[in-house]
Design a protein. Structure first.
Length: 95
């Protein structure tokens, strides 16, 4: 989750992420429930030490601190549990 101690990372490259989503687990005290948020793209990141990683970009929900249309790193969202390939959703050509 993002915070004051989160390492600085910069985006080196972005590519599409068709069919991929970020898994988010929400706990309510009685158990946990997983949801999937569609990735907007994959981002190749570099941290302060020069280490690279690939992280999903997701559209952040609008709240008091976040403007509509803001993107963020999936691994900085509370409850982030990994990634899932949901497959591509397609329609038949004659539909």
């Amino acid at each position: 989750m993002a915070g004051a101690n989160a390492p600085e990372r910069r985006i080196l490259s972005i590519c599409s992420a068709p069919g991929w989503g970020a898994l988010l687990e929400e706990t309510d005290g009685f158990g946990s429930e997983a949801s999937v948020v569609t990735l907007a793209a994959w981002a190749l990141l570099e941290d302060e030490a020069g280490k690279t990683s690939v992280v999903g970009l997701v559209q952040r929900p609008r709240d008091g601190d976040t403007a509509a249309g803001t993107f963020g790193f999936a691994d900085e969202i509370e409850g982030f549990a990994g990634y899932s390939n949901q497959g591509l959703k397609t329609k038949r050509a004659d539909a």
